[in-house]
Ligand binder design. Structure first.
Ligand code: ATP
Ligand code: MG
Length: 394
């Protein structure tokens, strides 16, 4: 029934002179995602909207599902095309549309009609009133409400006629790629995929780093992280995932430093290494899934201690979120089921019974000095042996 989709966007960023950058990015992102489904989609900019036309058979649900994951989209309206634009036919086909789209017609409505073609014999305001009158006559249960209608029936006449009335909400946000790139520290947990999703929603491209500690963490734990990155990629676009072998660094810290400081020192090395890759691929910030007070390594003092080793901004979008609020987003974006699979996390292997909750940076730095002898070599090996995995939406 639907030949096309009108894609609406709300906040498109910086606006003004830069507006076209955002519109082009949104158009290109939509085009890229749809073309991965199949051929035959034609995506163009059209007076403050993006028009998606489909010249071949397509799966409606699949297209809508894809469009609801493109950041920058605020709403998706499926559109029926009317080839013969003679006025009688427009009236009849708009009526047929309402007939098919609504089984229950006891609703209030307003017609918003426009002719893009100024030579069309019926002027826009007349189109609205005449279509309104036609619909009232054909469907007596319908009522006009020009102020707060339940349904807007939108009719546009260009080279063809177009009618639509349903808007499926999009994810909002800004087109990925319009705000630069960031490096996500992606674990297999619930929080970090949500954090990455949130930052990406603001138009930021994502890369990710995962710290793997074989044999303490299994191949399945690594696969889980890859699976999470693929789910995220449905929104963020392809994610380049750096898998770092962290075992030797972790063991060395474990053998050398006070056990109550293990987690915080480990986290500082994670940040240092992630930052190295971030700089290498021109990321402008690090992103983590931390939230104040969630665990010992996420007290204000601990966060300050991890920040101290970074010279680029660290974004923590979940900083003030309660766990349940994070879970709600994880469920919505479909990472939750994968995140709760019970594979060990590299941090849980080496956790102390009583980790420091208020680390003092000077004390931590002293402990790190104990690592002097071998740490640089171990970090270098970790950097040199990184495995890069390209994670695409499936
Ligand atoms: P998550 O649910 O994201 O794993 P968490 O509640 O388990 O978070 P921590 O284990 O303290 O919290 O980790 C805090 C943050 O550090 C994570 O959100 C993630 O950004 C990063 N992180 C932790 N472990 C790893 C890892 N193995 N690889 C990459 N990043 C990690
Ligand atoms: Mg974790």
């Amino acid at each position: 029934m639907y030949k096309a989709f009108l894609v609406k966007y709300a906040e498109i960023g910086l606006k003004g002179k830069n507006r076209f950058i955002f519109e082009n990015a949104l158009r290109d992102n939509i085009r890229r995602r749809l073309n991965r489904l199949q051929s035959g989609f034609f995506v163009s900019k059209e007076q403050g909207r993006i028009l998606v036309e489909c010249n071949e058979e397509y799966d409606f649900d699949e297209v809508v599902n894809t469009l609801t994951k493109v950041f920058g989209v605020s709403g998706i309206s499926p559109v029926v095309a009317i080839e013969d634009t003679s006025w009688e036919n427009i009236e009849e086909k708009v009526g047929d549309y309402v007939e098919a789209a609504y089984t229950d017609k006891a609703f209030t409505f307003k017609v918003e009609a426009k002719r893009a073609d100024k030579t069309y014999p019926v002027k826009s305001p007349d189109m609205c009133s005449r279509l309104g009158a036609y619909l009232l006559k054909r469907f007596p249960e319908m009522k006009v409400d020009v102020h707060k209608p339940q349904v807007y029936i939108t009719v546009e006449i260009r080279n063809q006629g177009y009618v639509s009335s349903i808007t499926i909400p999009g994810p909002g946000g800004m087109p990925v790629g319009t705000s630069g790139k960031a490096m996500l520290l992606l674990s297999g947990g619930i929080d970090s995929p949500v954090a990455g999703w949130m930052v990406s929603k603001r138009g930021v491209m994502m890369e990710a780093t995962y710290f793997h500690a074989p044999p303490y963490t299994s191949e399945r734990a690594k696969q889980k992280v890859i699976d999470l990155a693929k789910i995220m990629a449905e929104y963020t676009g392809t994610i380049k995932l750096n898998v770092v072998n962290f075992t030797d660094i972790q063991m060395y810290i474990y053998e050398t430093c006070p056990h109550n400081e293990l987690t915080i020192i480990m986290r500082r090395y994670m940040m240092r290494i992630a930052q190295h890759f971030a700089k290498e691929s021109e990321c402008m910030a690090l992103v983590t899934g931390e939230s104040i007070g969630q665990v010992a390594s996420q007290t204000m003092q601990s966060l300050a201690a991890t920040d101290a080793v970074c010279d680029m901004p660290v974004f923590r979008p979940l900083i003030a979120f309660d766990k349940q609020d994070i879970v709600t987003i994880a469920e919505k974006i479909k990472t939750y089921e994968t995140s709760i699979l019970p594979f060990e996390d590299c941090c849980t292997i080496f956790v102390a019974k009583h980790p420091v909750t208020k680390p003092e940076i000077s004390v931590i730095e002293k402990s790190e000095e104990l690592l002097r002898e071998r740490i640089d070599d171990l970090v270098k090996t970790a950097l040199d042996t990184v495995e890069v995995i390209t994670c695409r939406a499936e």
